[in-house]
Design a protein around this ligand. Sequence first.
Ligand SMILES: Nc1ncnc2c1ncn2[C@@H]1O[C@H](COP(=O)(O)OP(=O)(O)OP(=O)(O)O)[C@@H](O)[C@H]1O
Length: 644
Amino acid sequence: MSIPHTPHTPPLRIVAVGFHGLRTLLEELAPHYHAAAEIRILDKAYGDAVAEITAMRKDVGIDAVVAAGSNGGFLRQHLDLPVILVKVGGFDVMHALTKASRHSRRIALVTYGAVPPEIKHFNEFFSLALELRTYRGEQEAEICVQELRNMAIDVVVAPGLVVDLARAYGLEGVLLYSQGSVREAMDDAIEVARIARLESAKRERLNIILGKLKDGVVAVDLDERIETLNPPMERILGQPAERLLGQRLSAVCAELSLRNTLRYAQNEVEQVQQVNGKAVVATRMSIVEQGKHTGAVLICQDPVAIQRLDRHLRARVLPRPTPTKYELSHIIGQSASIARAKARAVTCAQSQATVLIIGESGTGKELLAQGIHNASPRRAQPFVAINCAAFPEALLESELFGYVEGAFTGSSRGGKIGLFEAAHTGSIFLDEIGEMPLSLQTRLLRVLQEKEVLRIGATEPTPVDVRVIAATHRDLGARALAGEFRSDLYYRLNILLIALPPLRERREDLPLLAMHLKEKIAQRLNQKNPADNTIIDAIAEAAKHYSWPGNVRELENLIERAMVFHDPQLREHHVTLAELKDIAPELFVDGPHAPEARLRDSRDDAELRHICAVLQDCQGDRARAAARLNISRSTLWRKLKRAG
Ligand SMILES: Nc1ncnc2c1ncn2[C@@H]1O[C@H](COP(=O)(O)OP(=O)(O)OP(=O)(O)O)[C@@H](O)[C@H]1O
């Protein structure tokens, strides 16, 4: 990666600090670096230099500093910028000593920090009798020069500051640095600045990427001090980055501590925890660079966002759930029993518990289930319905629980999502739960208890949040006693019970229902001018003593038949008995032995024989048999059930 020189990338900027002798050297050299960097020469020292450089940095940006001697040491301590020191080489020493010896033999060599060992050896080997001294700061330098004067030293070879002092005390001063050593420092500074720029460009890019994340991210060093964090993490910690950088994470927020991650180098993935009263999903990982632990990182996710994403993903790969059309207000009836069932349904809608609806076929169990779902807080989520009696065991199992790829021969690629997963965050309606095979009852119980499903062939369960509404026309308690239904499942399902009365027990609802169904069918048949009420009234009247084995569904079918067959030309005319018998013969059968009943029985027998033959032909495969008979699987199942 290189820094392209566009008008937007400013040139490298180096501040070279030095006065007097060093300054002269710097001024001589600066023009040579014109193409590589902008060199600013500053003749200030210590605190003044720090203040000036800090101001410059704010103003234009500074990449590196070149300085020498004690001033260089000071700047290194007080600036968080690369400070490159002008180093004294052996050649510099020889060159300066030669120059000094032209004035006198009484020479002192003063260096910043420790005396380099090579100089000590050099001094001894050539018996130069140099006075070797060191200093660390301005004060020490001055004391040193005073002592040298008292020792009658004539020439002081030293860095710029000491040279100036020596001259002030009337001694000769020779600058220790050569042009070569200054050039070397400048070259190093430019290289360091170039690399620092690259690093900061990379860091900036990383920060931009981190800033785009929705999750909060914070990285700490081995001392748990915050090195980097992004805006979402600033929000979680409730402070701006400027205040947080350099602080210990535990001190800012004890709940999000990374101390154990650093201590045991152990990763923790997706732990749900509370921070300032809000739930976060926290992942902690230690950072390993070139095999060494160098820090740790914490990622905080918002559980609400995860759930939203989860729903979105599931929605994309799922079969579309059945759109629900019914509300509780669609349940028609003023009888006490229906009013009670409706009132119960309203209460149940507010609970998360499993609901069990008991009622004969056609009494409105699915209508009620949809109504409960649509009155519950889950109304915007999927509603999935399945008739447990309409599928053979193996098919029902894969429909409900799904399977993973390769779970069995013929399983589709990528596996298949089951209805429980499809209903995630919503409701599932298990119609005819009493017909569910025992082995599947066990699996269902697990889903209810653990709130997770195990797809066929899978090893990892998938968590699901589904409200179960089950329905049956059977006496589940009796079936449980007889060992045909798991009693533990029965108790689990039987938390909120709603009984839907058969139509024959609430005949007072018949006229209202008939009218309602007439409107509904007219809409469905797109009849703008539906049959008048005479035929409907006639049916309601004739059906007073009818037992309605098919309940509201049967009534609905009958009314539809009447609306289709009743001659609209005969509007407002009195419906004759013959006409009514023709349209609704079943209403005139008052017992199993009536002539019409016998007729119907023999018709049913013939139909049943036909169904059995087709079923045998299809080796008992109900789906295929239903397709051949051109009826739905539920209808096939109903016909078989009615025949016992
Ligand atoms: N109280 C009611 N008010 C209005 N319509 C009703 C009522 N009860 C049932 N229905 C209508 O009757 C038909 C059958 O109802 P639904 O499918 O809900 O019955 P079910 O008990 O689930 O039947 P099955 O057990 O045979 O599947 C639907 O068209 C439904 O809208």
